[in-house]
Design a protein around this ligand. Structure first.
Ligand code: FMN
Length: 439
């Protein structure tokens, strides 16, 4: 093993697309995505490949950003077309795995801290300390309209609310001291009342008395994951987050982001190594480069440009059909997701792409550096890891389950041969795997 261990997370949406909009149409792709068996298989395969964690993305609406219509998302099975609720899916997977970390995306804008702290504490207990939370502030108008609002609250207010949300959630997880749950039948002392206290939180956004009605989770609190890349998003990540997974169009922008975030963490008085940065990539591989490129050609053919444009419109929170399709990406002051905007803007600048071309590119994934024979993919992973661009990766699987099998059976053993990746799990909790202390 090298002195640093590479971390691998798998990015999935409990819906049609995880890495490539052509993926669900790929020959042999499993479309049984409403079944328990599908997620059991996903969890077990990732665990057999020794992944650190499975991450499930989410949105609380079907996006209508393109042409103010559901059509493009539903017809093309785009990223937001269908999403099962992540905590339910992960609870199911928890029952069929023993080591895999389980990250649920949950919004701080549309939920309440008591609910979320309770659900995640439950998942952490039931999984033996494997729960993680992808903290999102939500950015879609369609989501606001599902929660009784005409429009969503402003970007910075969403982060204000998120900060207070996290303060309350942490107080709730700490409202039971470790050891408060005694379960002494003879005494009797089920739980020690002197070790369980209300939190009496009174803030701008939340009034919560507490305590939580679930004892302190095995990890103290779940692992915090986040992907905001605006200035507020980065402040939030430097303050709270254990894992960041913003996507990048090039090695250089990944390196710049890595440097900046480690510095920001240090400026908050944190150990920079306690913040793991796992950029999202979509590797596509095979025994040889030729085989990988043939798969890529087929996937590219199956991914509709309109599906990509629809997802990009949703990610940037702007109706891209309003602009002539042969012009470049418009300047956007407040995009829905800053990380994706920066990525696409970099690509547009470099290659002078039109909106129509960007749609196609977004449908198949913008960063094309990780397509090739398994040794080439492992080379590129090693390069990013050793050249200070990341602590590991969030792998976006191009199609299920073939794309996962290729990565697990070819790239993972190659990374293990190189001493970059674990051959077995060590420790018991997700925090142990990620090398993070228990708070
Ligand atoms: C790779 C990536 C994946 C994301 N996944 C989700 C998601 O599943 N659900 C969601 O609501 N937001 C998601 N986001 C949005 C962010 O977490 C964040 O809330 C949003 O980018 C707004 O923050 P910002 O203005 O700092 O970028 C994702 C962002 C990135 C870069």
């Amino acid at each position: 093993m090298s002195d640093r261990t590479l971390h691998l997370a798998a990015f999935a949406a409990a819906g049609p697309v995880s890495g490539n909009h052509g993926g669900w149409r790929y020959p042999g792709a499993d479309l049984d995505l409403l079944s328990a068996g599908y997620y059991r298989k996903l969890g077990r395969k990732l665990e057999a490949a020794r992944f650190d964690l499975l991450f499930i993305a989410d949105i609380l609406a079907i996006p209508t950003r393109l042409e103010n219509s559901l059509d493009s998302q539903l017809r093309y099975g785009a990223l937001g077309a269908l999403r099962l609720e992540p905590l339910s899916v992960l609870s199911l997977i928890a029952g069929h795995t023993e080591h895999l970390g389980l990250a649920a995306t949950i919004s701080t804008t549309y939920f309440e801290p008591y609910d979320v702290a309770r659900s995640l504490a439950t998942l952490d207990h039931l999984s033996g300390g494997r729960a993680a939370w992808n903290i999102v502030t939500s950015f879609q108008h369609a989501e606001a309209r599902n929660f009784g609002r005409e429009d969503h609250i402003s970007h910075d207010e969403r982060y204000d609310r998120a900060d207070e949300f996290l303060e309350v959630a942490c107080k709730l997880w700490n409202s039971w001291e470790d050891g408060a749950l005694v379960r002494d039948a003879a005494a009797p002392l089920f739980a020690d009342p002197s070790k369980v206290r209300p939190i009496d939180h009174r803030g701008r956004w939340f009034q919560v008395e507490g305590p939580l009605n679930v004892s302190r989770p095995p990890q103290g609190r779940p692992v915090f994951v986040q992907a905001g890349a605006s200035s507020r998003g980065k402040d939030f990540a430097a303050r709270w987050t254990d894992v960041i997974f913003v996507t990048h169009a090039s090695l250089e922008s990944a390196q710049a982001f890595y440097r900046e975030m480690k510095q920001r963490a240090a400026a908050q008085g944190r150990d920079p190594d306690g913040l793991k940065i796992l950029p999202g990539i979509a590797p596509l591989t095979g025994e040889t480069g030729e085989i990988a490129r043939a798969k890529d050609a087929l996937l590219t053919d199956l991914a509709d440009a309109k599906a990509g444009l629809s997802t990009l419109a949703y990610h940037l929170d702007i109706d891209l059909s309003r602009f002539p399709q042969d012009t470049p990406l418009p300047e956007i002051e407040q995009p829905g997701i800053h990380g994706h905007y920066k990525e696409v803007a970099e690509l547009t600048r470099k290659h002078g792409m039109s909106l129509a071309q960007i749609g196609k590119q977004y449908a198949i994934k913008t960063n094309r550096d990780f397509i090739g024979g398994y040794k080439e993919v492992a080379d590129r992973i090693e390069q990013w890891f050793t050249q200070s661009a990341c602590d590991g990766f969030m792998i976006q699987i191009p199609y299920l389950f073939g794309g996962l099998d290729d990565f697990a059976n070819l790239v993972v053993p190659e990374l293990q041969r190189r001493g970059l990746f674990r051959t077995d799990y060590e420790g018991t909790t997700l925090r142990d795997r990620l090398g993070l202390p228990r708070p």
